[in-house]
Design a protein. Sequence first.
Length: 489
Amino acid sequence: MSRRLPLLHKTPFVLDPRPLAEATSAHAGLLSVSRAYRSLGLPGMVEANLALRQRQRGFTEAQIIESLVLLQVVGGECPEDIGLLANDACLERGLGYAPPKATAAREFLEKFHDPDLEKLRPARSEQKSFIFPASGPVAGLQEVQVGCVRRIAQLYQRQGQKQRIATIDQDATIIESHKRAALYHYEGGRGYQPMVAVWAELDLAVADEFRDGNVPAKQAPLTCARMAFAALPETISQRYFRGDSACHEKELLDWLRHPDRAKEPGGRIGFAVSAVMSPALGETIRKVKESDWKTFDAERDGTLRQWAEVDFVPGEDYESKDSQPLRYVGLRLLKPQGLLFADGSDRHFHAVLTNQREMDGGRLLQWHREKAGTVEHTHDEVKNELGGGQMPSQRFGVNGAWFKLALLAYNLVSAMKGLCLEGEERAARLKKFRLLLIHLAGRMNRNDCVMGLRLCADGKAIKRMQRVWEVFVLPTQATSSQARGGRGG
């Protein structure tokens, strides 16, 4: 008689190689993202702003964009990964069409690149950094993004959360790429450096400008900022802006504080940006009296965060001639006795430039620091959890469109978390979100000629899906019993 093997030294089943013939899916929860996409009216926005098809047959623009967004939400990093969604009968029936093949997705993305715009790029000997203009289709995707943001704001309003305050956090990020077309960035590698603006209160990406890697963040940040404020809904009555030292730039600051901003629907824009630490500003901060420094916070290692008003008049003409000079708030990081920074000093100095004169200095610095949890979080999720960190092409327009689709996927997920989930789940990262809503096994079946999705999940998971169905309202109408592929739907 053979000796019984210990539990963890064996497996109690054999692998049956026969596939299930039923319409099942390992990630049936992906259909909840499709519902949000359609309920927000994105198919209509896509059709209104993108006219890329040359023939009436085949996939519509809205179908391919929906498929690419679903691909990124489920974890795909490149168009070729869409093959992993093939032969998913449950997903096909739920969408009403079979997702396109990788070749069709590639051909679609290629249409976002305009070769004529390449002629505008000056020779590297004349101008090294050049902001490549967006093609017409890429600009159309921005209009889709604007419509998506406004529809999401309307849903929050229906739930009794009318949005009156909008804080735009803007920052650039580096996307590493080894493609021949990628240019060297300031950290020494090669890649791209898009600028992204995020609506902090709703955690939504409202605008972006895709850029080559060698374009410094301080070069023309106003374009992205203007697009961001233009994307906000009319319900906004208080507007704010936060940025790092790359936003300490003449044209941007002039626009933010211009009197015309107060005449616009959203009103005056209050801003705070990290000041460029010029030798003159650094010398002025170091001369601040010891008694003027006020402690407003302490870090875990005991480092004190202190603030003080800095009486500084910069040498730039555009600032010194202003009738209302901007306010400089100094920040001093003071190590406790016995501890030093890496450079051997016990204190570091920084400053924030602002037009917010009424706000307490310590509160202002805390408020400005909060942007690290908004736009930088968005960069992390888009690059590492969605497909925004992998560039699919040598062509600039293709990569710009792919990055915008990653931001669109991010907004859909953010809206679903904010509107449908509760408690700590609202702050879940994409890895956990997939476990909560996406990677749910399901089966599509028919009862009395009614097709229904049945999930292999516990009660909590099913309630989450039900909440998505309640918030993102969408008519239900029977289609053909078989997915129609690229011939409609």
